[in-house]
Ligand binder design. Structure first.
Ligand SMILES: Cc1cc2nc3c(=O)[nH]c(=O)nc-3n(C[C@H](O)[C@H](O)[C@H](O)COP(=O)(O)OP(=O)(O)OC[C@H]3O[C@@H](n4cnc5c(N)ncnc54)[C@H](O)[C@@H]3O)c2cc1C
Length: 501
């Protein structure tokens, strides 16, 4: 039998999802080209050098590390030969304005002990909460995360029938906040478990309680950090991609997907070059792909996941009792999310996240300095759009005064940094740098029980040989999920083309 010709596959974007799909397909012998408009691969998982230190631009923490292991193992490689993951212990330090503080350890059992010590009587509640969340994760993972997800029909597939009697366990009709309130009597712990809704840009006051799986995966599988900084993951994926034959074209934007008789035939690059393809994988936002690259009149998500204001601050190295990851909670969480929902920003009492990656790897900060990555949630609405079709941005000319509000809030915790150098990244930066819809970080939010059902799947409905990967597609945002989207897309593409060389 003659070997079939390799497929010509064009991947738009070198974020984690795009690289993972490219690796899987090139390893099967296909001709894969990745076109990345930025000067480095990684997308949101990227780095900035400032004042001699390295700063993250997006993710600061790895969860579900076994997903990355699988990406490498599927092509016969070993993740640990490419980068080292360190356990983060404590996983996170939480502070409240009343002076209370909880260091949440790395391991599940230690978490329960720490919660009991922090608030007597809550340890047993934490155990019950996490046991429940674990069972929801086990029940749903193959449908909502690792499978291709075909909507309601999934629940009636023979292999998923055992799930039907357990559906109520998922608590899809309660909000995460209501579930947390019925699980803990200490409001600080309610707030702590509420915060996990922000991991996919949602509000705990609107998102379904099913999102309880997020704290479970962080606590159950641990919080991890790569030696050398988060971008070590992108470097490793790039190395593996090149080893299996992927051609990576940096600073090469795609302007258009040409479609003939319902099939993508070519990619048009921003320099005018035309590349013929058998399949296209888009790692760009789904709504941006539809509107800008396909020229469709597709509506933008009505309820986008939130964006963020990031301050990259080079500060003195002085012991302030902080951990690597730290949360300074606001006093009225509902008011903070109401403000985000209404597109109002800044909220003067915002919850602040501080990541100090130098605590894990001292080489990331220059001598005598710490590299603080400070993040507050911000609404995507009101931000500038990647393609200029939104109203004027609320950020233009206001970034510095809003950064100052965040610094003032940090001052109330005794944590105002002495700033040697600072970069401010607003939702506009995110919209323009990564071509995301209004700077939203994960496409549509997960604020309703049916969000997962409406999230675009890997297979495009409009173009036969177009596949979506990345945070705006199924199963959603976050490194393990976008890597999973790349694995699913490559599997489906191979099946659809009945081609495994
Ligand atoms: C502030 C912040 C904090 C986060 N924290 C965490 C965390 O702690 N842990 C975690 O797991 N996740 C976190 N995330 C989420 C995680 O970073 C993302 O979900 C993930 O990295 C997105 O990967 P992706 O595959 O969707 O691709 P993206 O990162 O969105 O990359 C898409 C790429 O496509 C390129 N592109 C777009 N359009 C074109 C075009 N027309 N032509 C060429 N190239 C194009 C873009 O330049 C970009 O490089 C965070 C994100 C942010 C922003």
């Amino acid at each position: 039998m003659p070997r079939p010709d390799p497929l010509r596959i064009g991947v738009i974007g070198g974020g984690v999802g795009g690289l993972v799909a490219a690796i899987q397909l090139a390893a099967k012998g296909h001709a894969v080209d990745v076109f990345e408009q930025g000067e480095r691969v990684g997308g949101k998982l990227n780095r900035t050098i400032l004042d001699g230190s390295t700063f993250e631009t997006g993710p600061t923490l790895v969860t579900m590390p076994f997903v990355l292991d699988e990406v490498f193992a599927a092509v016969g490689a070993r993740r640990s030969d490419y980068f080292t993951l360190l356990p983060v212990d404590p996983a996170c330090q939480y502070r409240w304005s009343d002076g209370s503080r909880l260091d949440l350890p790395f391991s599940h059992e230690d978490v329960i002990t720490a919660i009991e010590q922090f608030s007597p009587g809550q340890g047993v509640r934490a155990r019950a909460y996490l046991d429940h969340a674990r069972s929801v994760y086990e029940l749903t993972k193959d449908i909502f995360i690792f499978g291709e997800f075909n909507g309601l029909g999934e629940f009636f597939k023979r292999r998923n029938l055992p799930l039907l009697p357990s559906l109520l366990k998922l608590r899809p009709l309660s909000t995460l906040h209501d579930h947390n309130r019925s699980s803990f009597t200490d409001p600080r712990l309610v707030q702590l478990f509420d915060r996990f809704a922000t991991y996919n840009g949602s509000s705990p006051f609107r998102a379904p309680a099913t999102l309880m799986v997020i704290p479970w995966v962080e606590i159950g599988f641990g919080a991890w950090y790569p030696l050398g900084g988060m971008h070590a993951i992108a470097d490793a994926l790039e190395r593996l991609a090149r080893e299996v034959g992927v051609r990576i074209h940096l600073q090469t934007g795609v302007a258009r997907i040409h479609v003939e008789r319902g099939e993508a035939s070519a990619l048009e690059l921003t320099d005018g070059a035309r590349i013929s393809v058998d399949h296209v994988i888009s790692n760009a936002d789904v709504s941006v792909t539809r509107r800008k690259l396909l020229g469709m009149a597709s509506p933008l998500p009505k309820d986008p996941s939130c964006s963020g204001l990031v301050l990259q601050i080079s500060t003195d190295s002085a012991d302030k009792g902080l951990a690597q990851h730290n949360i300074l909670f606001c006093d009225d969480y509902r008011a903070e999310f109401d403000a985000i929902d209404n597109g109002l920003y800044p909220h003067p009492d915002a919850t602040i996240y501080i990541s100090r990656s130098c605590a894990a790897d001292a080489s990331l900060a220059s001598a005598g300095r710490e590299n603080w990555f400070v993040l507050v949630n911000a609404p995507a609405r009101g931000s500038g759009s990647h393609d200029g079709d939104a109203t004027a941005s609320v950020w233009t000319g206001h970034a510095e005064e809003r950064a100052e509000l965040v610094l003032r809030r940090m001052e109330r915790f005794g944590l105002r940094p002495h700033v040697h150098a600072m970069n401010i990244r607003t939702p506009d930066t995110m919209a323009s740098e990564w071509s995301t819809d209004r700077g939203s970080l994960y496409g549509a939010s997960s604020n309703t029980p049916w969000s997962a059902f409406l999230r675009p799947r890997q297979r495009s409905r409009e173009v036969k040989n177009l596949w979506y990967v990345g945070g705006s597609a199924h199963p959603g945002g976050g490194i393990p999920l976008v890597a999973t989207s790349g694995m699913i897309a490559s599997r489906l593409l191979l099946t659809a083309s009945q081609s495994s060389l």
